[in-house]
Design a protein around this ligand. Structure first.
Ligand code: ZN
Length: 482
């Protein structure tokens, strides 16, 4: 009798254990409430590995900034926590991708004391915010929040200390703790600027113009404009890589051309080109063509990529060309290497890269439903496909820039985009060498009743096509995702 009872208890325990395992099933995404285009390479970094924890910011419901954190030793996830409010968010959530602004995606940095900072919510600033002396008005409000406590994502507070006329916010942190915030100071026809903080983002210097916008002399309808990507260079320097956008007030297009590079010396905030020639800022189109051109694309369109330096400080960069094809180049000491197509496999390639030496570069590229390494060991002349970190037959992946101080345990964040879905929520993944960092399904499921509510209370029908066309005639009514 006792023996049978014991057996029964053991059976029950095994059953419970099995039940326990199945109820705590693990999924390969860390949250399902990314919204629209939740991460991108332009607003960066959106994640940082700091003292054993990877902090990740992304655009969630209502385009608001959300934060998750992964403790690598404990293998535990925290969040998502809503860290602030994006004034461009809509309610109920949009279901048409064109109705999501996406410019207010958060950038994240951890300061010298371990506080986590986000900048988000900007698309150049609404006209009601006042006069924008460095550009044209847009939408939203560039907003800064900080965690109430170091290393703790549970509570956030607003810091009203950055210019509201920002978009494409990018943080660059130096070894001495100085933090630079770069962004475009308004809608398309605006300067790119930086604000510098020497006290862990508690105060910032006024904006300094780096790239100048202006109407062309021969055709006042066309304004010189830019898309730029800033990051750490060697030592106390910052790199800038950028593309040119001829912004037409009437008859606007998304045309972008060429590729450019220059470097800032943070000791005295001076700038120089790849060859070491001192530059006078802000840089105009004519001046950039003369002094900082990497790639003359002619009539072929280009788009920004990322830029990193090798141990000698020489820049390696890529631009995304026709149909999103990535082309790589590096500074050889006296000239730029002729751009090389990394992979002809597919279009819409995007990602970031690790420069190990002048010869060895690893590019982490998303294309055609997979995110894979592409490696060169001959300074970028030839590239070979390496391991894939994630793939899907029916989804595409949009990558962030590299996790700041990331590594094999978590290199990059990607959102998953499936064609066949009637809403804009996305699963988000942290990808390391072992693929996605998994999470118990319970913690990764954060949509609650949102899909049900959206079905019951869908967004109002959109204005008819003619009215929409009228609205979109000028550049400032919308500039797409980028
Ligand atoms: Zn434009």
């Amino acid at each position: 009798m006792t023996g049978t009872r014991t057996q029964m208890m053991i059976s029950c325990s095994v059953l419970l254990l099995l039940c326990g395992i199945s109820s705590a099933s693990v999924v390969n995404y860390f949250t399902d409430n990314g919204f629209g285009n939740p991460v991108a390479t332009l607003q960066h970094p959106c994640a940082e590995h700091y003292k054993g924890v990877t902090y990740i910011a992304y655009q969630g419901p209502h385009e608001d900034p959300y934060v998750c954190a992964y403790d690598h030793a404990a293998k535990t996830w925290a969040g998502p926590v809503k860290a602030g409010e994006n004034t461009m968010g809509k309610s109920p959530d949009a279901v048409d991708p064109k109705d999501v602004d996406n410019h207010g995606r958060p950038a994240l940095i951890v300061d010298g004391k371990g506080y986590i900072h986000l900048i988000f919510g900007g698309h150049g600033g609404k006209p009601a915010l006042g006069i924008n002396r460095l550009g044209t008005p847009g939408n939203g409000r560039q907003t800064h929040v900080v965690s109430k406590n170091p290393g703790d994502i549970s509570a956030w507070e607003l810091l009203d200390n950055v210019d509201p006329f920002g978009t494409y916010s990018q943080f660059v942190k130096m070894d001495d703790g100085d933090i630079y915030l770069f962004y475009r100071h308004g809608s398309h026809r605006s300067d790119w600027v930086y604000q510098k903080s020497t006290d862990d983002c508690r105060t910032f210097s006024p904006p300094v113009s780096v790239l100048k916008h202006k109407a062309q002399e021969n055709d006042r309808n066309v304004h010189d404009a830019w898309y730029a990507w800033f990051d750490r260079g060697k030592g106390d320097t910052i790199t800038a890589s950028y593309v040119y956008h001829p912004c037409r007030v009437m008859g606007h297009t998304k045309e972008r051309y060429n590729g450019y590079y220059m470097k800032m010396n943070c000791a005295d905030d001076s700038w120089e080109n790849a060859g070491g020639k001192s530059l006078t800022l802000p840089v105009t189109k004519e001046y950039a063509d003369e002094n900082t051109l990497v790639l003359n694309s002619g009539t072929e369109r280009s788009n920004h990529g990322t830029c990193h330096v090798d141990p000698e400080g020489n820049p390696h960069l890529f631009f995304r060309m026709a149909k999103g094809q990535v082309r790589y180049s590096r500074w050889l000491g006296s000239a730029w290497q002729a751009p090389v197509v990394v992979t002809a496999d597919s279009k819409n390639q995007d990602g970031d890269m690790i420069v190990e030496s002048s010869q060895v570069v690893k590019m982490l590229l998303s294309s055609a439903g997979e995110v894979c390494w592409w490696n060169t060991s001959d300074g970028g002349l030839t590239w070979a496909k390496g391991a894939c970190l994630i793939s899907s037959p029916d989804a595409g992946y949009v990558p962030s820039a590299l996790v700041r101080n990331g590594g094999p345990a978590g290199w990059i964040v990607v959102s998953e985009h499936k064609g066949a879905q009637n809403h804009l929520y996305r699963n988000l993944f942290l990808l390391g060498d072992g693929g996605p960092v998994g999470r118990a399904e319970e913690g990764a499921s954060n949509l609650g009743d949102r899909l049900k509510n959206l079905e019951a209370n869908p967004p109002a029908p959109k204005p008819d096509k003619a009215e929409k066309k009228k609205r979109n005639k000028s550049a400032d009514s919308g500039d797409g995702d980028e």
